[in-house]
Design a protein around this ligand. Structure first.
Ligand code: AQP
Length: 344
């Protein structure tokens, strides 16, 4: 069955965006804007699954909007909006909470990581986060989802939810729409050498905007001196750079820095390994700093300029929400009718 091709992705407004968010998600979003109809969402409802200070949430929502624009997204071509302004996300999430099985949610590694040892104290929202994510995608019948590698498991769950809904309501879907499937199976778009950028302090943890240590990450709006200082302090080991990819075995921090270089230079990792084979990390870090600063400077300058005009960012979100609502509303209405709700 063929569905109209449509891209959906989202970023949580939980802090200043990192190089991980940029390389794993934002820098790739603009590549899709000429090929697909794209919806890029600031997922503020996901953000509150962990405590957010209301003033900071407001500021960070505008910050992510600015980062979308600074990364090259054209608000006329793409639908840029915040999740809480389109009520259908929450409505669809409820239907999906009743389709999703508890056993499926129990397998989600992100919940285990974020809830940590205090599982009993985690919000119910954090637990059902993946069914809200499935709703975000499927309320637009999106077919393609560009995400970092860390979101792969959630996307597989969204596919399971779509499949179970299509199966559970197969008779009524056929009767009402003449179609086999009501929802598509969304495909992940996970490509490139930096799909999982790791922390600068610990190569086993992903670079994250909510990590308590600012030295663990490069922020999209860090200035040149801060970037240089963070790369200088980044954890490595005493060995020089290897001359083949197999040489990264047991050296996650070394591999991470080379992966970051490859993603920034838009080159395969192997080409970077060949160029720096046998070099000392002190030398490599100088080149990496220069590359990071020159790549991020135009983005961070634009980010600062856009953040200074919150009125403009609010108007972008409002216009985007209206366009998003126009797509979601009929899909939500039909979903309610399929489920059997009176009045839909
Ligand atoms: N380290 C990373 N490497 C590659 N991609 C990454 N992404 C996030 N971190 C990395 C991708 O960025 C997009 C937006 O992510 P998010 O803000 O919705 O949530 P997240 O994945 O939980 O990112 P963070 O930075 O770790 O946020 P917090 O700290 O709030 O949990 C996604 O496409 C993600 O894959």
């Amino acid at each position: 069955m063929s569905f109209q091709e449509r891209v959906f992705s989202g970023v949580q407004p939980t802090g200043a965006l990192t190089l991980g968010n940029y390389l794993g998600a934002l820098s790739r979003f603009a590549d899709y804007q000429d090929k697909y109809e794209c919806l890029y969402c600031v997922v503020d409802m996901h953000a509150i699954t962990l405590w957010q200070d209301p003033k900071e949430l407001h500021e960070n929502t505008l910050g992510v909007t600015a980062a979308y624009l600074a990364s090259g997204l054209d608000p006329a071509k793409n639908i840029i909006f915040n999740q809480s302004q389109v009520a259908a996300h929450a409505e669809m999430a409820w239907v999906f909470n009743c389709v999703t099985r508890i056993g499926w949610l129990n397998r989600m590694t992100q919940f285990k990581e974020k809830a940590g040892k205090h599982r009993e104290n985690a919000s119910a929202g954090l637990y059902v986060y993946p069914s809200l994510m499935a709703a975000d995608i499927l309320v637009y019948k999106a077919t393609h989802v560009p995400v970092g590698d860390d979101q792969k498991q959630h996307l597989e769950l969204a596919r399971d939810i779509a499949q179970k809904f299509n199966h559970d309501f197969a008779d009524i879907i056929r009767e009402r729409t003449n179609l086999e499937d009501f929802f598509p199976q969304p495909e992940p778009l996970i490509e490139g050498p930096a799909m999982r950028v790791m922390s600068l302090r610990d190569g086993s943890k992903k670079m994250s905007k909510s990590d308590p240590s600012d030295n663990s990450r490069i922020n999209m709006d860090d200035d040149a001196d801060t970037i240089a200082q963070k790369i200088r302090k980044a954890k490595t080991d005493p060995e020089p750079l290897p001359d083949e990819e197999a040489g990264f075995e047991g050296r996650p921090e070394a591999e991470n820095l080379v992966g970051i270089y490859a993603a920034l230079a838009q080159e395969p990792k192997l080409a970077v390994v060949d160029r720096f084979a046998g070099a000392q990390f002190s030398e490599f870090k100088k080149d990496l700093t220069e590359l990071a600063v020159t790549t991020l400077a135009p983005v961070s300058d634009e980010l600062r300029r856009l953040k200074a005009d919150p009125g403009h960012l609010e108007s972008v979100l409002k216009a985007g929400s209206e366009r998003a609502e126009a797509i979601a509303e009929p899909i939500m209405k039909e979903t309610k009718a399929i489920v059997g709700f009176v009045g839909a």
